[in-house]
Design a protein around this ligand. Structure first.
Ligand code: KIV
Ligand code: NA
Length: 275
């Protein structure tokens, strides 16, 4: 598709109209978000959101590829980015390239995302120099939940400097954009002013160059997960629950199916038209 947004397009949007980004994991949701988004991320959040995993650590390359293929079929214009799952890229630049190339070849995505700052700089430049555009992800990186000891706000006090250095390192290494997750507004503003690539915030204030949310979270579909940084633009989970309850009641009361859902007796129908 020649109209599709590319990684250089996203890179060039630094400081401009905020970039609109959402996750998607399936074809129908990809179709819904595509006309409105600059970037659609097949996030490894799919493991928690659609597969019931307790964290993103159990997500496999095969899961990312399967959901990536589904999302690809639903996109026409947004840039598709696929998350590299835990264990598929950290070992070496070579391992990262081998697996990223597989993700790109099998899903048709134009870029991958991986978590980590200065520690991943060599890997990012290895990929970027070999035809794999990389979106980086610093601040709260959920694959490091055990190292962090939870999903707490990052970048408080002296920790702010670590995240600032991480953001500068991934930009220097050649990432075309960087996700900034769960950091205070002043830090997000400072990093956004300092780095040459777009910052895409999640729980990182409107000071960033763009925003991303997990689509199921903003639609109110993903259970009781209500972190401060998620705005619920709909309550589809409640709407679905009410619909399912209504169906159950109508089946039990033989109110569904009603006459309009029932195929008429063909003999009766033929008789009626003749008379
Ligand atoms: O996996 C994911 O959905 C993400 C975004 C929330 C940034 O990494
Ligand atoms: Na992710």
């Amino acid at each position: 598709n020649t109209k599709a947004i590319t990684p250089p397009d996203i890179r060039s949007r630094k400081g401009g109209t905020p970039l609109v980004c959402l996750t998607a994991y399936t074809t129908p949701v990809a179709r819904l978000v595509d006309p409105h988004c600059d970037v659609v991320l097949v996030g490894d959040s799919v493991g928690m959101v659609l597969h019931g995993l307790p964290s993103t650590l159990g997500v496999t390359l095969e899961m990312m590829i399967m959901h990536g293929k589904a999302v690809r079929r639903g996109l026409e214009q947004a840039l598709m980015v696929v998350d590299m799952p835990f264990g598929s890229y950290e070992e070496s630049p070579e391992q990262a390239f081998r697996n990223a190339a597989r993700v790109m070849a099998e899903t048709g995505c134009a870029a991958v995302k991986l978590e980590g700052g200065a520690a991943m700089a060599d890997t990012i430049s290895f990929l970027a120099g070999r035809g794999v555009p990389v979106m980086a992800h610093v601040g709260l990186t959920p694959q490091a939940v055990n190292a962090f000891g939870g999903y707490r706000l990052q970048g408080r006090g002296g920790d702010a400097d670590r995240i600032r250095r991480d953001a500068l390192a991934v930009a220097e290494a050649g990432a075309f954009a960087v996700v900034l997750e769960k950091v205070p507004e002043a830090l997000a503003r400072g990093i956004t002013a300092e780095v040459a690539i777009p910052t895409i915030g999640i729980g990182a204030s409107a000071a960033c160059d763009g925003q991303i949310l997990v689509v199921d979270d903003m639609l109110g579909l993903f259970g009781d997960f209500r972190p401060k940084f998620v705005k619920r633009y709909a309550e589809l989970g409640q709407a679905a629950e009410a619909a399912i309850a209504a169906y159950a009641q109508e089946v039990r009361e033989r109110m569904f199916p009603a006459a309009e859902h029932v195929f008429a007796d063909p003999l009766k129908g033929a008789h009626a038209t003749k008379s």
